[in-house]
Write a protein that binds this ligand. Structure first.
Ligand SMILES: Cc1ncc(C[n+]2csc(CCOP(=O)(O)OP(=O)(O)O)c2C)c(N)n1
Ligand SMILES: [Mg+2]
Length: 312
């Protein structure tokens, strides 16, 4: 009887710890959101993006909309981290770095909606003294942001360093970094890619927003990337192609990358997306890379994006 009581009490205590500790909860017992729920969150994030950029009449809606499914899958399903208890070191947690810092609207929305900071702060995007600067910065101390980005080409190097540090610390969590495809034209990326492949940094997962567009036009016209898959493979990476605007596939390929981690190769998710995804007049062109919608365009965009969990 004594033993039975002990078992019941310790099971109850264990469940309480799991339920109320953010890291353990995200690691195990919390319910995995269904694809339908993730799509609903993505729709809300897309509304946030166009509303934020419209409100201050500046910012980058195109790439942000294209990557909304990835951010939803990462921040609401895949990343094992502590939204309510952010610290810069992130030991024992998965880390995420945004290298193409201009798509800050989708990053800030995903951070706020997954619990890193109050949702109401989204209304301060690009304001003077706001923690939500046009390009993410660390000086303002916004929870969730570990590096300043915007100057393209640097994120993979930082993520590589963080991944090496995790290995030295015997920390078996993962490091994710998102880059743009136009950004692949930066030479620094290839130094980091060479190092990661040759040194078999296999806790590192790179992701490329492969939308075929950049600020001034199609990537193929500005400076063609050639066979990006073959290039990374020749540098020793394992490449996983995917459709970044199909939630089920995004979730599945992120899980695949986690399963395949620690197998002797860094991995690259080569993620085909559509710039402006979800807003018809923003799709199929690079023109909405960094342009704000006017009042009429905002209304048209919002009419296409269902409000699911509530506007900020
Ligand atoms: C070092 C550096 N050079 C140039 C720029 C200007 N710039 C900002 S976004 C951008 C285009 C990047 O293209 P891509 O990575 O494909 O992003 P997308 O347009 O798809 O969002 C450029 C050239 C910059 N931010 N940093
Ligand atoms: Mg691009």
């Amino acid at each position: 009887m004594q033993n039975e009581k002990l078992i019941i009490y310790s099971t109850f205590a264990f469940l309480l710890i799991v339920r109320f500790s953010p890291i353990t909860a995200s690691l195990s017992l919390t319910k995995m959101p269904e694809i339908k729920e993730l799509n609903q969150i993505a729709s809300q994030i897309r509304r946030d993006i166009v509303r934020m950029v419209h409100a201050c009449q500046s910012g980058h809606p195109g790439g942000s909309l294209g990557c909304a499914d990835l951010f939803t899958a990462l921040f609401f399903s895949e990343l094992q981290h502590k939204p309510g208890n952010f610290n810069m070191d992130g030991q024992g947690e998965d880390l995420f770095f945004l290298s193409n810092g201009h798509i800050s609207p989708v990053y800030y929305s995903a951070l706020a909606r997954s619990g890193f900071f109050p949702l109401s702060e989204l209304a301060t995007f690009r304001h003077i003294h706001s923690r939500l600067q046009g390009h993410p910065a660390t000086l303002e101390g916004l929870p969730g942001v570990r590096i300043a980005t915007g100057s393209l080409g640097q994120g993979l190097s930082v993520a590589l360093g963080a991944a090496i540090a995790k290995r030295l610390n015997k920390d078996d969590s993962l490091v994710f970094v998102l880059m743009g495809d136009g950004e692949q034209q930066e030479g620094q990326i290839w130094e980091a890619a060479l190092h990661a492949g040759s040194r078999q940094i296999d806790n590192l997962i790179g992701i490329i927003d492969y939308n075929g567009k950049q600020i001034d036009g199609p990537v193929n016209e500005v400076m063609p990337l050639g066979n990006l898959r073959a290039k990374y493979e020749s540098f020793g990476w394992k490449v996983i192609p995917l459709n970044g605007n199909d939630m089920e596939e995004v979730v599945e390929k992120l899980k695949l990358a986690r399963r395949e981690a620690f197998s002797g190769q860094p991995q690259l998710l080569l993620m085909k997306t559509e710039m402006g995804q979800g807003v018809d007049f923003m799709m199929g062109t690079h023109k909405w890379h960094g342009v704000a919608p006017n009042d009429e365009q905002l209304a048209s965009a919002l009419a296409q994006l269902e409000e699911t969990i509530g506007d900020y």
